[in-house]
Design a protein around this ligand. Structure first.
Ligand code: ADP
Length: 465
C-alpha cells in the first residue's frame, strides 16, 4: 500500500512536470513561428508583387527589381517557372543558374503561398514562398529564408530552466511522497497491530490517538470498540465466577448433608428427615438459580419472548394476589392504586416477572407490619409503575449497584430470603429490552421506591395513526 501510494503520487508529479515542460516551451515556439510567418510571408508577398510588374523574368530583371527593394539580411531566391534560380541574395555562394528543386519553389509554382519553420535547437530556420504571377499564371517563385539563432537560444534557455526546476521539484516531490507514504503506512501498521492484539484477546490494548485526522478518528473508534469488548469480557468473567460461587454454596451444603447422612449410623429418623428436607431446600435454591441464569442468557441473547400488547394493570393485580400470602406472613399490607387499562408493548411473561420481582423484594426487604404501595398510571405518553415500601432501605453507596448481577447488599438476608442477587438485574434487562427505564430511590430504615417507565401503547397507537 505504501509503495502503491508513493507510485501514484510520483506518477502525478511526473505528469504535472511533463506538462509544465512541454506547454510553455511549445507555446513560445509556436509564437515565434507565427511572428516569423507574418514577417517572411509579408516580404515574399512584397517581392513577388513587385516582380510581377516585369515583362519577362530573367536574371537581370530579377536582380534589377531586387536592387530597388531593400532586401534586408535574409536570403532571397527568385526562380523562373522551371525552378531555375534567377536571383540569389547570398554573396559568394550564389545558386544563380542552378535548379532549386525545393518544396517551397514547387509549392509557389503551383500557385500557393507556403511557409515552413523548424527549430533545430541552435537555430530557428524558416522559409516563406510566393508565386510571381505574370499574365495570370505563375511565372516564377520568390523564396525568403531566415535563420534566427538568438530566439532559438532563448527557447533553449527556457527549456533548460524548466528542466532544472522540474528536476528540483521532482526530487522534493519524491521526497515528500516517500515521507507522507511512510507516515501513513506507519499509522496504518500501528492500527493493524492494535486490531490484531485485540483480536487475539488482549482487550485492554489501545491505539494511540495522536493528532486530529481520519487516523485519529479510526483509532478512537477502534479504542471504543476494544473498550466495549473489554467491558463485555469483564462482565462475562465476573458472571462466570459469581455464578460458580453461587452454585458452590448450595452444592457444598448438599454434600455436607449427604455425607452426614451416609457416615452416621445411628441417626434418628427425624434428623434424617430434616437433613433430607434441607437437601431438598438447597436443590430448590439451585433450581431457582439455574432458572434465573437461563433468563439472563435468554435476554442477553435477544431471544426473550416477542413483544405484544400487555395489560400491565392486570399483571400488577395478579402479582399482588400471588404475593398476598408472603406479605401476610410478615403482616405486611399491600396497597394497589392502579389506573385501568395501562397497556404497554412487551412480553407478557417478562412484564409479569418485572412486577412480581419488585413487589416480592418490597415484601422481602420490608419490616414486619410494614407496607407496600404500588401505583400505576398512564400519563404524558408513559406508563409509570411505582413500587414503594417501608423497608430496610438500601445504603446510599449500594443504590447504584443493585441492578448488577449477583449484587446483594446483605448477603445473609438475601440468602435467608432465598434470593440469588439476579432478580433486579433480570428486571433491569427486561425493562430496557422493551424500551423502558427503571430508577431507584432509597433511604435506609425508611424505605425504597422503584420507578419503572414504559412507553405507553396509547402513544404508540397515536403515532401509528
Ligand atoms: P435478591 O435475589 O438477593 O433479592 P435482587 O437482584 O432482587 O436479588 O436484589 C439485589 C439486592 O438489592 C438485594 O439483595 C437487596 O439487598 C437489595 N434490594 C432489592 N430490593 C430491595 C428493597 N425493596 N429494599 C431494600 N433492598 C432491596
Amino acid at each position: 500500500m505504501q509503495l502503491k501510494m508513493a507510485m501514484v503520487y510520483i506518477a502525478i508529479v511526473i505528469g504535472v512536470l511533463a506538462a509544465l515542460n512541454y506547454y510553455p516551451v511549445s507555446v513560445s515556439e509556436e509564437f515565434v513561428f507565427q511572428s516569423k510567418q507574418d514577417a517572411l510571408s509579408a516580404r515574399a508577398e512584397l517581392y513577388s508583387s513587385t516582380m510581377s510588374g516585369v515583362d519577362e523574368l530573367t536574371p537581370e530583371t530579377a536582380a534589377h527589381v531586387m536592387s530597388l527593394l531593400d532586401a534586408e539580411e535574409t536570403r532571397v531566391l527568385v526562380t523562373d517557372h522551371r525552378m531555375r534560380v534567377l536571383y540569389d541574395s547570398t554573396q559568394g555562394q550564389s545558386l544563380v543558374g542552378s535548379l532549386a528543386l525545393l518544396g517551397e519553389t514547387r509549392a509557389a509554382l503551383e500557385g500557393n503561398d507556403y511557409f515552413y519553420a523548424e527549430n533545430s535547437g541552435d537555430a530557428i530556420t524558416s522559409v516563406a514562398s510566393c508565386p510571381i504571377m505574370i499574365g495570370g499564371v505563375p511565372a516564377g517563385a520568390v523564396c525568403v529564408y531566415d535563420t534566427d539563432m538568438s530566439r532559438a537560444a532563448l527557447i533553449a534557455d527556457l527549456r533548460r530552466n524548466f528542466r532544472g526546476v522540474s528536476v528540483v521539484v521532482l526530487v522534493i516531490g519524491v521526497g515528500i511522497c516517500v515521507i507522507i507514504s511512510r507516515i501513513f503506512g506507519r499509522k496504518i501498521s500501528e492500527l493493524l497491530e492494535t486490531m490484531r492484539t485485540v483480536r487475539d484477546g488482549d482487550y485492554a490494548c489501545r491505539a494511540e490517538e495522536r493528532g486530529d485526522d481520519e487516523f485519529t478518528y479510526l483509532a478512537k473508534e477502534l479504542n471504543a470498540l476494544s473498550g466495549h469488548f473489554e467491558a463485555v469480557e469483564n462482565m462475562r468473567r465476573r458472571f462466570v465466577s459469581d455464578a460458580s460461587h453461587e452454585l458452590k454454596t448450595p452444592l457444598a451444603s448438599i454434600k455436607l448433608l449427604a455425607d452426614s447422612m451416609v457416615q452416621s449410623d445411628d441417626v434418628p429418623a427425624d434428623t434424617m428427615r430434616e437433613f433430607a428436607m434441607d437437601i431438598a431446600e438447597e436443590t430448590e435454591r439451585l433450581d431457582r438459580l439455574a432458572e434465573r441464569m437461563l433468563d439472563i442468557t435468554r435476554i442477553d441473547a435477544g431471544v426473550a419472548d416477542p413483544a405484544e400488547t400487555v395489560d400491565l394493570t392486570a399483571a400488577v393485580e395478579r402479582a399482588g394476589r400471588m404475593l398476598e400470602p408472603l406479605a401476610a406472613q410478615q403482616r405486611i399490607r399491600i396497597e394497589l392504586e392502579l389506573e385501568d387499562g395501562c397497556d404497554i408493548f412487551a412480553s407478557e411473561d417478562y412484564a409479569y416477572r418485572v412486577v412480581f420481582n419488585l413487589i416480592e423484594n418490597a415484601i422481602k426487604y420490608n419490616r414486619p407490619e410494614g407496607e407496600v404501595r404500588v401505583y400505576l398510571y398512564d400519563k404524558d405518553g408513559e406508563v409509570t409503575l411505582i413500587i414503594q415500601d417501608t423497608g430496610i432501605g438500601i445504603p446510599a453507596e449500594d443504590v447504584s449497584r443493585v441492578f448488577e448481577r449477583f449484587y446483594r447488599v446483605d448477603k445473609a438476608r438475601s440468602r435467608a430470603e432465598g434470593g440469588s442477587g439476579l432478580g433486579l438485574s433480570i428486571v433491569y434487562d427486561a425493562v430496557r429490552r422493551y424500551g423502558g427505564n427503571i430508577t431507584v430511590e432509597s433511604e435506609q430504615d425508611v424505605g425504597t421506591r422503584f420507578t419503572v417507565v414504559f412507553p405507553s401503547l396509547k402513544r404508540r397507537e397515536g403515532a401509528e395513526k
